[in-house]
Write a protein that binds this ligand. Structure first.
Ligand code: ISL
Length: 617
């Protein structure tokens, strides 16, 4: 246990203390190494508490002391299909519109299963396809057991599932159970004053200072009831009360319904937010300013989170041997181990967001992403992984701008950079999660003005910026830096115009349609296919130890992957400038450049060399 008498270095040595202080220093763009150096390391928490703002030291201590267990690691790595799989996330609304109504649908996904199988995809993850008013494009669920009419019906979904399995692919769905739509029958009954259903949600007589992830207060006043109700996201996404065992049972019934159908598991939306601190205490204003969401420390890793996850797994997932990956914004590397180490029997994987923005930057900041930071974070994550740990590797999803656009300064490097980024996901230790379009080097979209923006988060943020006095052009530039709509553009299959689509179309005739990429030698898509095939043939890239080399050398990333007598070396130029080649006279197995230079790595060069090959007996 730590206390106000504890030194900073003692707090930093605890798992949660390391995560919280690391997150704080990354946000402030400070070098966290000073936490282990005199004089900071010897300062006691009580010496600095008055500088941290009211309540922060106590919150820090509570969080750090909440994890008293130590994780006992496993003796060896247990083989699992999801450790070997290449995952592919589909955002159905933008993926493929089969019936021509301008909205992607399930029949459209079925029509692309052979394409996905040919890419080397093992498991699909569908963003929500349940009945929804689409205030947040399906992340506001109105009926968990009904398919959104615009996308098809339950028979279509069962066909999709069957067709996936027939091709040896798996399918996981997206489960949004931190909140429901305000049009869900549970909430409608609550609004009518039904006490049972009022206790499914979080009603209070007065609001606290928590902020919504989608701008403004996280509380909405409901006239009918004369009460405030919590909504961590949009005003139409009402937080469920997980303290209520009835709610937890409803969620277990929902996942069992789909697991009975043969669904292979779920991605669990913001699942780390479900346990709110008792009494819903105000958030610390300092943390609120830093993390941009006042109150987040009161619920991002709440007191009963592990208990709720163990119950959900034991009753909803384990009986079906189903897979669970949690989306856990704000959770650090050590916290992630407590959620996913196999001894914990909670989640199999989480999406950790630590690498998505470089220190001192947030998603809506305009800046060039320095891949040296990615190397640092990926190696730190690797250092923390024991035999019983695993990790999800990703750069993109439906909530973030395209990684190629975050890194690239000059478009001439689009192809080699896109290939290099894919190469990292396929050679670093962990399971790669690819987002639709990444296989075609998709980039951010050239929206001209706010009339083309659909995302509720962006629309709310734009209004908030205007109300803060920012002039329209500047506010639009801020939205353009981070809008989730960059990832929600329509997939360009063959340059066919999309009639009356829900979002404007920007990528036609740019040579990056799936058809063009399939037909073009040396295309990003063809490189993608080669890499998935190569990874499948090399277990050292799956279960093999990952050993960083020349770790302190800036602008390059070099590591070994070794397994049962075979080993590969991976060498990456993290910049658009030439860098001295470290590896000489080794057989090249894969590269994003056909003709390489003897002495130097070319800009964004990614090369795999053979080091040792086990002699097959
Ligand atoms: O994207 C993020 C970090 O880069 C977060 O701001 C993100 O919005 C947050 O992690 C929650 O995302 C999930 O829940 C939201 C939904 O809008 C997102 O699409 C979903 O991924 C509410 O359900």
């Amino acid at each position: 246990m730590v206390s106000m008498e504890s030194k900073i270095s003692q707090i930093y040595q605890t798992p949660i203390g390391k995560d919280v202080l690391s997150k704080l220093f990354m946000t402030l763009n400070l070098n966290e190494k000073i936490l282990n150096r005199f004089p900071i390391s010897h300062l006691k928490l009580k010496h600095i508490s008055r500088h941290l703002g009211k309540g922060l030291p106590e919150t820090l201590l509570e969080l750090v002391n909440s994890e008293q267990e130590t994780i006992k690691d496993s003796d060896s790595i247990s083989p699992k299909w999801w450790k070997e799989a290449v995952f592919y996330q589909i955002y159905p609304k933008s993926f493929c519109d089969f019936d021509g109504d301008g909205i992607g649908d399930i029949k459209g996904i079925i029509s692309k299963l052979d394409y996905l199988k040919d890419l080397g995809i093992d498991c699909l993850w569908l963003s929500p396809i349940y009945d929804s008013p689409n205030d947040d494009n399906g992340y506001d669920i109105r009926d968990y057991r009904k398919i959104m009419a615009e996308m098809g019906d339950m028979d279509d979904f069962k066909s999709l599932l069957e067709e996936c399995h027939a091709r040896g692919m798996r399918l996981i769905m997206d489960l949004v159970v931190n909140h429901t739509s305000d049009e869900h029958e549970w909430y409608q009954k609550a609004l009518s004053g039904d006490k049972k259903y009022m206790d499914y949600y979080i009603f209070r007589d007065k609001p606290n200072n928590w902020k919504s992830f989608f701008s403004g207060s996280a509380w909405k006043y409901e006239e009918e009831l004369g009460k405030y109700v919590l909504h961590s996201f949009s005003k139409k996404q009402m937080d469920l009360n997980w303290e209520n065992p009835e709610v937890r049972k409803e969620v277990i019934d929902i996942v069992r319904f789909y697991h009975e159908m043969g669904v292979d598991g779920f991605r669990l939306d913001v699942i780390n937010l479900i346990s709110k601190k008792e009494g819903l205490p105000d958030g610390n204003e300092t943390v609120g300013k830093l993390m941009q969401f006042t109150g987040i420390e009161q619920y991002f890793y709440g007191p009963r989170l592990h208990e709720f996850l163990r119950e959900l797994r034991a009753e909803g997932f384990a009986p079906y041997n189903a897979f669970a990956v949690g989306e856990t914004p704000g959770v650090g590397i050590e916290m992630g181990r407590y959620l996913t180490h196999e001894s914990r029997k909670e989640l199999d994987l989480i999406f950790n967001f630590d690498h998505l923005e470089t220190p001192g930057h947030a998603r809506f900041d305009e800046y060039h992403y320095d891949l040296n930071f990615l190397k640092d974070i990926f190696y730190r994550y690797n250092d923390s992984m024991g035999n019983g740990d695993w990790r999800a590797l990703f750069f993109e999803n439906h909530d973030n701008p395209r990684m190629v656009s975050k890194v690239m300064k000059d478009r001439k490097y689009r192809n080699v950079l896109a290939k290099m980024l894919l190469g990292i996901l396929f050679t670093v230790k962990g399971s790669p999660f690819i987002y639709q379009g990444q296989e075609m080097a998709s980039m951010n979209l050239p929206f001209q003005d706010m009339s083309q923006i659909r995302d509720i988060e962006s629309l709310n943020k734009y209004q908030e910026l205007l109300e803060s006095g920012m002039e329209e052009n500047k506010a639009f530039q801020v939205i353009m830096a981070g809008t989730r709509d960059h990832a929600r553009g329509l997939i360009n299959w063959d340059d066919t115009e999309h009639a009356n689509a829900w979002i404007d179309d920007f990528t036609l005739h740019d040579g990056y349609s799936a058809k063009a990429q399939l037909e073009t030698p040396g295309s990003v898509l063809r490189f993608f296919k080669k890499m998935t095939a190569f990874r499948r043939l090399h277990p050292e890239l799956i279960y093999g130890e990952m050993i960083p080399l020349a770790r302190e050398k800036k602008d390059v990333m070099l590591f070994r992957r070794k397994w049962q007598g075979s080993s590969l070396l991976v060498e990456i130029n993290l910049t658009d400038k030439r860098q001295p080649r470290q590896i000489q006279k080794r057989k090249v197995r894969m590269s994003n450049y056909k003709n390489r230079e003897e002495r130097d790595l070319k800009p964004y060069e990614f090369t795999i060399y053979e080091e040792k090959r086990r002699k097959l007996r």
